[in-house]
Design a protein around this ligand. Structure first.
Ligand code: NAD
Length: 380
């Protein structure tokens, strides 16, 4: 508990536009040249066209960089960087899931932290940065973080800089209508993991708890409906807001060891980030339940979500609720069930534990696990 005279800081930076038609807001800016950072999925599902139609209507010129891949690599960021340096846009729009948004962020990070290396004198102004998430998952549209993959070493590199915080986030429900059920499930569980981990993080605060609790409540209300009925835009809009709120919460409070493990496991076996989180979250909640402070906070979280703590063990109640939700949306309950080979698992385990112990998210987990405890969590 912080003391009254401990000065702390909480910031919500981007302007957030949300609701059906929010995409039209792009046209309300006086942009001359826009660079769009996106992936091929956005072209295939017609989402890029939704954006370029608005730009065309307002006679705004654009250039498209659509080479982003899931879990973007340093090579993709380098390639994107050359496009930005060539085009010199006054606005950068990231259209896609966490991978496209993180790529755009990393491009900005390298551009402007090393601008003296890249720019002539007259081009040092940072473009206006708009993030348009097409998944309800990462919350990357409201965070100052980006995760880039070093493919050679199978490692995820976390970048942190307020420079990467978008100026505006546009939450257009129509952009997430086409997400297939399995991705809806995985990215939705990413939201829940952000909310639960931020709520009990050692850096939690009244603001972050408020956003995290509301986000968790919305996930329990809407994720199943989004999974079984992808056309329900009301439920999808609700998940989009949950994702954004959970992002605001963890941007301030930090995360926990579900993420530390997911980063290491995701880089090793190329598992989708949300899925890796979803598999680990219930076991981490149960593990953290050994800590009195975490129990107390889980109890408050359950009551905010509206789940009665009938057993008196809040961590166990939350564990059961998460496992039930995972079963309903067909999330596997272990790495083995996900198809990770037993021999490969054994061979990689030590490397994964080493990476998870060093991960920045471990610092804000309510308990600091030993090597053996990390090993037990991985075995589950
Ligand atoms: P993603 O961006 O990797 O996309 C996964 C796939 O889904 C892609 O093939 C994409 O084309 C497709 N897709 C996206 N939107 C779609 C839509 N509307 N319809 C159809 N297909 C669509 O997935 P993600 O889970 O959003 O992002 C994961 C990445 O985000 C990871 O690299 C992870 O490390 C990172 N991440 C970042 C933060 C942060 O704060 N910066 C937080 C969590 C995760």
């Amino acid at each position: 508990m912080s003391k009254l005279n401990d000065i702390r800081f909480f910031q919500v930076k981007p302007a957030i536009y949300y609701g059906i038609g929010a995409i039209e807001q792009v046209g309300n800016h006086d942009f001359k040249q826009v660079c769009i950072v996106t992936d091929e999925g956005m072209v295939k599902f017609g989402l890029l066209k939704m954006l370029t139609d608005v730009l065309d209507k307002h006679n705004i010129k654009y250039h498209v960089f659509s080479d982003v891949e899931p879990d973007p690599s340093t090579e993709i960021v380098e390639k994107g960087l050359t496009h930005i340096l060539m085009e010199k846009p006054d606005a950068l729009i990231a259209l896609g899931g966490g991978s496209a948004i993180d790529s755009a962020k990393a491009i900005i990070y390298y551009c402007y932290n090393f601008k003296k290396m890249f720019f002539e004198e007259d081009y040092i102004k940072k473009p206006y940065f708009i993030a348009m998430p097409t998944t309800a998952g990462t919350g990357s549209e409201v965070t100052e973080y980006a995760v880039i993959t070093d493919k050679k070493n199978n490692t995820k590199i976390p970048l942190t800089d307020i420079l990467m915080m978008p100026d505006a986030a546009i939450l257009e429900p129509k952009l997430i209508e086409s997400v297939p059920p399995a991705s809806t499930a995985a990215t939705g569980m990413d939201v829940l993991t952000h909310a639960v981990e931020a709520y009990v993080s050692t850096n939690n605060n009244p603001f972050s708890r408020c956003y995290a609790a509301k986000a968790a409540e919305l996930v329990f209300k809407s994720l199943y409906e989004c999974y079984v009925n992808g056309g329900n835009l009301e439920a999808k809009a609700s998940m989009q807001i949950a994702s954004c709120m959970a992002g605001i919460a963890f941007n301030s409070a930090g995360l926990g060891i579900t993420h530390s493990i997911a980063h290491a496991v995701g880089a090793q076996w190329h598992l989708p980030h949300g899925l890796a989180n979803a598999i680990g979250l219930p076991y981490v909640v149960r593990f953290n339940g050994q800590c009195g402070r975490a129990q107390h906070l889980y109890n408050r979280l359950l009551s905010a979500i509206g789940i009665p703590n009938v057993s008196g063990d809040a961590a166990e109640m939350l564990y059961n609720s998460i496992v039930t939700l995972c079963k309903e949306i067909n999330i596997p309950t272990s790495l083995k069930e996900q198809g990770i080979d037993e021999a490969d698992f054994k061979a990689s385990k030590d490397i994964i534990i080493g990476k998870a112990m060093k991960d920045v998210c471990t610092q804000t987990n309510p308990l600091s696990p030993t090597r053996e405890q990390f090993s037990e969590l991985l075995d589950q």
